[in-house]
Design a binder for this molecule. Structure first.
Ligand SMILES: [Zn+2]
Length: 158
């Protein structure tokens, strides 16, 4: 399933996102492999000439991450150098992804607070970060894609 690019947009088409199939495959494989533990990583890509965010790469857990039920602390070791390399290839940090084992892919209050902080943090150079969540319940896998524009309400894409 989902062996193709995933496209999503806000109702007013202000925010448009494409997750390339390779990145989507990695996210789904990592989410399934983690079983009932939450896992995640970051989204890397570019904004195309039409203003569409194109996610070309999703990372797995960086070294130093600590995993457990609904606790997911990511250490940035190893990530800074990866992003520096990607920056030179015109690929930038676009946002975050993580799994919700046994749950819907609805952003939690903690998720929202984290994304709002990223949008405000000039260190990320990403005023409109994307959050991709994979919810795995029984045999079904659902994803959500939400944009968190700085100082604005978040926007769920369809
Ligand atoms: Zn979450």
């Amino acid at each position: 399933m989902l062996d193709a690019d995933v496209h999503a947009a806000s109702a007013d088409a202000r925010f448009r996102v494409t997750v390339e199939s390779g990145a989507m495959r990695l996210v789904l494989a990592k989410a399934r492999a983690a079983g009932d533990r939450e896992t995640g990583g970051i989204l890397i890509g570019h904004i195309d000439s039409n203003g569409r965010a194109v996610v070309q790469e999703a990372t797995g857990k960086p070294r130093g991450s600590i995993f457990g039920w609904y606790t997911f602390v990511r250490k940035t070791r190893g990530l800074a150098s990866l992003l520096k390399t990607r920056w030179q290839e015109s690929q930038h940090y676009l946002g975050e992804w993580h799994s919700h084992p046994g749950a819907l892919p609805t952003p939690s209050e903690q998720d929202r607070a984290t994304m709002r902080a990223i949008a405000r943090d000039d260190g990320y150079c990403c005023p409109e970060p994307i959050l991709l969540i994979v919810g795995t319940r029984n045999d079904s896998t659902e994803i959500s894609i939400t944009v968190f524009p700085r100082n604005e309400q978040s926007v769920l894409l369809r």
